[in-house]
Write a protein that binds this ligand. Structure first.
Ligand SMILES: NC(=O)c1ccc[n+]([C@@H]2O[C@H](COP(=O)([O-])OP(=O)(O)OC[C@H]3O[C@@H](n4cnc5c(N)ncnc54)[C@H](OP(=O)(O)O)[C@@H]3O)[C@@H](O)[C@H]2O)c1
Length: 285
């Protein structure tokens, strides 16, 4: 009897890293379910997924009913690898962002992946195997100015995966958190800024780091060549890690992300050095 091909369910598969991953997974011989909010748009943007044997699944992980849809898919199709890739970035100061804008970001980048993970876990546990891959970001470990909203969503979902990795290890389920730096995808052109301010920032933040960050993102949009990350190479690195096995939780991608990680580790070490004595002085006698 022919061996069953492992099935990959990839959210946000019609574009960027998700699209690259869907195509690389098909090249590697896997069965691919490309989840997208609109199959007709996905077919127009990326006809290669279905022409190379992939199947589109219409799914918006940000909607609560996505949970039941994914439970059904995971039972009927036996999802071996779940990749939560769908996401967008809201860029704006903490003060300029509205509570609705915070909530919208969390719906997509936090509750979306949370829903699909919880929907896939029972079938993976029953089989005693499975892989859960989160496409997070460098913003998942460092929160730069104007990225408080985006980073809040990525930090929060990384925390869930860090905990999850330890909870499900004994069930044979592996967890991988991918942290890309800047990659050449339509991501920057889809950035959302505070709706209340036409420039993306209020007068209060004119001439501050917030303005610099928002203007920097406009440059990323206009000068995509300044972005170094290649989504096809990212996809190959992710598949290599998933297939070959990995003994790490976090996979940073891109030299910019490695530099950001080193900076963060240095900042943590600095703070620990400066506070170790204070911390040690608060234990009960
Ligand atoms: N490119 C970068 O520089 C970069 C850096 C760090 C992290 N990332 C992360 O990588 C992941 C993929 O991004 P990408 O670079 O490939 O960007 P992308 O080309 O914009 O693709 C992201 C996909 O996510 C889905 N999506 C976007 N907004 C959504 C919303 N409001 N509700 C539900 N789904 C939505 C869409 O898929 P459908 O239309 O098919 O539903 C979209 O095509 C994201 O999680 C992002 O945070 C990207």
């Amino acid at each position: 009897m022919a061996e069953r091909r492992p099935t990959w369910l990839i959210t946000g598969a019609s574009s960027g890293i998700g699209r690259a991953l869907a195509l690389e997974a098909l090249n590697a011989g896997f069965k691919v379910l490309g989840a997208t909010r609109s199959i007709s748009q996905a077919e127009t943007n990326c006809p290669e997924v279905s022409s190379r044997g992939g199947t589109w699944v219409e799914l918006d992980p940000a909607q609560p009913h996505a949970y039941h849809q994914v439970v059904k898919v995971s039972q009927e199709q036996s999802v071996d690898v779940l990749v939560n890739n769908a996401g967008y970035a809201f860029i704006g100061s903490v003060e300029d962002a509205s509570e609705e804008e915070f909530r919208a970001q969390m719906q997509v980048n936090f509750y979306g992946p949370l829903r699909t993970v919880r929907a896939c876990l029972p079938a993976m546990r029953a089989r005693g195997s499975g892989q859960i891959i989160l496409i997070s970001s460098g913003a998942g470990f460092t929160a730069r100015p104007a990225r408080g909203v985006y980073s809040a969503s990525k930090f929060a979902i990384e925390a869930v995966h860090e905990s999850l990795a330890q909870e499900v290890k004994s069930f044979g389920i592996k967890v991988l958190v991918v942290e890309p730096g800047a990659f050449r995808t339509p991501f920057a052109s889809r950035i959302i800024t505070p709706a209340h301010f036409s420039e993306g920032f209020s007068q209060i933040y004119e001439g501050t780091v917030v303005e610099q960050m928002i203007t920097g993102h406009q440059t990323m949009k206009c000068l995509p060549d300044s972005v170094k990350g290649d989504p096809d190479k990212a996809a190959r690195a992710i598949i290599h890690a998933a297939v070959g096995g990995h003994d790490y939780l976090r996979l940073p991608l891109g030299t910019d992300c490695v530099a950001a990680l080193e900076l963060k580790i240095g900042e943590l070490q600095h703070d620990l050095g400066a506070t170790r004595a204070i911390a040690g002085s608060t234990d009960a006698e």
